[in-house]
Design a protein around this ligand. Structure first.
Ligand code: BES
Ligand code: ZN
Length: 645
């Protein structure tokens, strides 16, 4: 997971008691539902609808234009509307004013300028945009903000044609967690949901797509319009522009990709419709109409991003054998957990990611069988244990205190894998039938809402714990949600598929079986990962050569297997793997795959030199958040080049 190491300083600005400005001393108890990562005064005003009119200028690496915001006024006496921004140049703010003659006059409206200013910049949260709005009894305000983004906007990545691995430049947004404010001034908190419309202007020879209704048949003419009729949190607003083509994979599924990847991608993701059907059977109807996949350039920082109707997916999951498609199951599962029912603040992220990991494994089991599901669960548990060993106890809880920290720090294995184990535990205790019914009713009950951990716990208490008393205690639930580590009564995955692999590795290490004699013809990717991930700390050069000759790891087509092998290449100074290591680092930008490689390289002086040299070359293809994360790894503490201030 990507972890950033930028310290935050909270600024006590004169903008009133918005969540982000409340003093957060150690002693103040955390307030459930209060978003400490937004300046927006959402108790006074709520944005309900956005209308974007933006031009994507890839020559100058800026997006500019305007956003119209429809805003419900909750407090008639409020005089300031506070929006979140980061590195935005705000050029004008206007308000749509009713004719002063009042309701009897013609409904003609005019736009009038409103005074506004930007507060001082917080290194993590950006800047509050404060707009003066006189007190009013009006129920709805319409505000229009004209603005331009900065070339180093934290939520945008600009790639040249070459960097994108195609023929045209590529631009995309990554709004989770708080990137949206770097390309739209808005209430950037997952507690607020908006519908949106957008008109996007681009060069004539590229296509724009959004997390909205897309028209695969839209002509490439430089102007694209979108509608997102369902209310979504800001972190799910997404846009990508590039040399994109479309291929259908089912009645309501398809892939967008640059031409060179299109066919392979469509083949790899051919089971998407089966996954949707499996998920609908388990969790209730798919509420988003279409489900398309956008294949990103290799520098995309995540495995996938669940942008509604259009998941953004790293090409590193295209292995040729569908072995890594659990990422698709995961992003699809977010259509229920995360997009339909969303976390209200980043403290509640486990409601998104833990639930989604759990749903993902249910989908994988339904489509690919229990053996595959169990192997993936077992690998997940291994990652969790490794991660827990590095985390402070207070960061091992599901509902985590992120005050004064970058919300990206919440993306450890804890909300994902511990969250999943919690649901597996409930599932085991109550049984599939009861638990599935509970989940379906949960998704229905909170559909298109953003909820806190505590709201979930109340619903769980009322609809499961109290309905079937004596099954799971309140204290047991508390231990999962607010306590560190893995509770002792967890139900852990077991698989015999790994025993064969562990035996084979053991026999080879003992010199009993030469590598080429190991019977691997039925091994799947997850078994290869198990085989490589548990190699001893050091191997001899001849052992590395033997493995490489027998299994061709240096040229694996599977990015995950390659990753595990490259860790061994670094650790054992295996020269023949070095060229591949460097090309891998210069093309792949997925944090999960490259950060551990940089960390491993930094363990020796020669490796550190290599890491810095390769990073200097690779840096321009990495997403800003990954650049910052690699910086933190290769630039020792105190040597602070990584401040953007
Ligand atoms: N929502 C995340 C992606 C994300 C993470 C965006 C952190 C911004 C910050 C997505 O659903 C996710 O969890 N992706 C995983 C997939 C995996 C768990 C199958 C990933 O990217 O590795
Ligand atoms: Zn996820």
């Amino acid at each position: 997971m990507i972890r950033l190491c930028v310290a935050s300083v909270m600024l006590a600005g004169p903008i009133g008691a918005t969540a982000a400005t409340i003093a957060t001393g150690d002693l103040a108890p955390i307030q459930s539902g209060l978003d400490y990562h937004s300046f927006a005064n959402i108790d006074q005003f709520r944005v309900t609808r956005l209308e974007l009119d933006l031009r994507v200028d890839s020559t100058n690496k800026v997006v500019y234009g305007a956003v119209g915001l429809a805003i419900k006024r909750l407090d008639p006496s409020a005089t300031e509307l506070v929006l979140d921004t980061r590195d935005l140049d705000i050029t004008d703010v206007t308000e749509k004013a009713q004719d002063v003659l009042g309701a009897t006059a013609k409904t003609e409206t005019t736009w009038v300028s409103r005074p506004f200013h930007l507060e001082r910049k917080d290194p993590i949260l950006g800047q509050a945009l404060v707009i003066d709005l006189p007190p009013s009894k009006r129920a709805t305000e319409f505000i229009r903000v004209e603005y331009q983004t900065s070339p180093n906007a934290s939520g945008l990545q600009w790639l040249t044609a070459k960097q994108a691995g195609g023929h045209k430049p590529f631009m995309y947004t990554e709004s989770e967690a708080i990137g949206a404010r770097s390309w739209i001034p808005l209430q950037d908190t997952p507690g607020v949901r908006v519908t949106y419309k957008a008109t996007i202007h681009t060069d004539n020879d590229v296509r724009a797509v959004m997390s909205a209704q897309n028209d695969p048949k839209a002509k490439r003419n430089g102007e694209y319009t979108f509608v997102m009729p369902e209310a979504v949190p800001s972190y799910l607003i997404a846009l990508a522009v590039g040399d994109l083509e479309f291929k259908e994979t089912g009645p309501r599924t398809g892939v967008y990709a640059q031409k060179s990847m299109l066919k392979q991608a469509a083949a790899e993701f051919a089971d998407t419709e089966s996954m949707i059907q499996a998920a609908e059977k388990l969790f209730g109807p798919y509420r988003w109409d279409r489900y398309d996949i956008l294949v990103m350039p290799a520098s995309f920082p995540e495995g996938g991003m669940e942008n509604p109707r259009l998941s953004f997916i790293t090409p590193t999951v295209i292995a040729g054998d569908k072995s890594l498609v659990s990422v698709i199951a995961h992003e699809l599962a977010h259509s229920w957990s995360g997009n339909l029912v969303s976390n209200a603040t980043w403290r509640d992220l486990w409601l998104n990611e833990g639930f989604t990991d759990y749903l993902e494994s249910r989908i994988m089991k339904a489509v690919y069988g229990e053996r595959r599901e169990m192997m993936e669960l077992a690998l997940g548990l291994q990652s969790l244990r490794k991660n827990l060993a590095e985390l402070k106890p207070e960061d091992q809880v599901l509902a985590i205190d992120l005050r004064n920290r970058n919300p990206d720090e919440v993306f450890t294995e804890v909300p994902y894998e511990k969250g999943r184990l919690f649901l597996i535990y409930l599932d085991a205790k109550f049984g599939h039938d009861r638990f599935d019914e509970f989940l379906r009713s949960y998704f229905e009950h909170f559909s298109f809402k953003s909820i806190t951990t505590e709201e979930f716990l109340k619903y769980l208490q009322d609809n499961l714990l109290d309905r079937f008393p004596g099954t799971v205690s309140r204290d047991a639930v508390k231990a999962w949600v607010y306590g560190p580590g893995i509770p002792p009564d967890a139900v852990l995955p077991t698989t015999d598929a790994f025993a064969i692999v562990d035996d084979a590795r053991g026999a080879w290490l003992d010199g009993k079986t030469p590598a080429k004699n190991i019977d691997t013809h039925e091994w799947v990717a997850q078994q290869w990962l198990q085989f490589l991930n548990h190699m001893p700390a050091t191997l001899t050069t001849s052992q590395m050569v033997e493995l490489d000759q027998a299994f061709g790891f240096t040229h694996s087509a599977n990015a995950e297997i390659e990753h595990s092998w490259l860790l061994l290449v670094i650790r054992n100074h295996y020269q023949p793997g070095n060229v591949r290591l460097e090309t891998y680092l210069e093309t792949v930008g997925r944090g999960k795959l490259i950060l551990p490689l940089y960390k491993e390289m930094m363990k020796t002086p020669a490796g550190a030199v290599q890491a810095k040299r390769v990073f200097a070359l690779a840096r321009p293809v990495y997403h800003p958040t990954v650049q910052a994360a690699v910086d933190a790894i290769v630039t020792p503490a105190g040597d602070s080049e990584n401040s953007d201030e």
